[in-house]
Design a protein around this ligand. Structure first.
Ligand code: 9D3
Length: 238
């Protein structure tokens, strides 16, 4: 029972891209997930394989035709969640990712041009998702970000130890800082507490660091945590 991904795109050569390497790549080879690429241009009816047209009402740029998008979706549709990557979408969260990864798979639509005809988005039941407030050239990289986040959660991909850690630490705090050898690097010393062997003190220091960093860098996350510090704050944020 492998996670099935279908991607509708004008640039199928962009896949698997980085998803063919490392953790996601090994998972793809092992069959934890599968990747089907659908070239939207294959659903054009004319000699020039046209997939876009000028916007009704005027304005710059081109719009992807609804009949092309609908035909491409019909060629893969089997009840999986449908996600359209678009700057107009709601922001992707880890909760969304968990939901996608828990299902049988996902159909992605990667937009190009100024957008996709709104009727195709509504008729197809597409969930509209953005990965953040910056402008990309198209939906393909955003789709790869979403898939990377999903694939690492699939059963058997990360290994039991890492998965258990993942579950117990939900993403409500930023991580504490990490250090390794050498203990003194160019006069920059690792915090003494980490060399002390006092595991309770180390745990308290890490918790305080995580809380201070979250409070100063991500007040939005900190507000969501809905608690004040569980310990005194011996480690001020940098
Ligand atoms: C000139 C008007 N543009 C709005 C700022 C339109 C537009 C910009 C970028 C239309 C499409 C795109 C391409 N971006 C995506 O397809 C996209 C995206 C993104 O740009 N940022 C964050 N998430 C995503 S998901 C898909």
């Amino acid at each position: 029972m492998s996670f099935r991904v279908s991607v509708l795109t004008l640039f199928p050569e962009m896949f698997p891209g980085p998803l063919g390497m490392s953790l996601a790549g090994r998972a793809l080879e092992r069959g934890n997930w599968s990747l089907e690429l659908v070239n939207l241009r294959d659903f054009a009816g004319d000699r020039h394989r046209t997939v876009d047209d000028t916007p009704f009402g005027g304005g710059a740029g081109m719009v992807m035709r609804p009949d092309i998008v609908a035909a491409a979706l019909a060629s893969v549709d089997d009840g999986r969640r449908r996600v359209f990557l678009t700057p107009r979408g709601r922001r992707l969260t880890q909760a969304d990712v968990r939901g996608f990864a828990a299902g049988p798979g996902i159909v992605l639509l990667c937009g190009r041009y100024e957008g996709v005809d709104q009727r195709a988005i509504e008729a197809g039941g597409w969930d509209e998702i953005s990965i953040g407030d910056y402008v990309l050239s198209g939906g393909e990289l955003a789709g790869q970000v979403l898939l990377d986040a999903c694939v690492r959660l699939l059963p058997g991909v990360m290994g039991a130890a890492a998965s258990a850690v993942e579950e117990s630490f939900s993403a409500d705090l930023l991580e504490y800082p990490h250090y390794t050898r050498p203990a003194d690097w160019d006069g920059r010393r690792v915090p003494d507490v980490l060399l002390s062997g006092n595991h309770a003190a180390i745990a308290a220091w890490r918790q305080a660091e995580a809380e201070n960093t979250t409070r100063s860098r991500r007040p939005d996350l900190w507000a969501g945590v809905g608690k004040t510090s569980s310990v005194a704050n011996p480690a001020p944020a940098p």
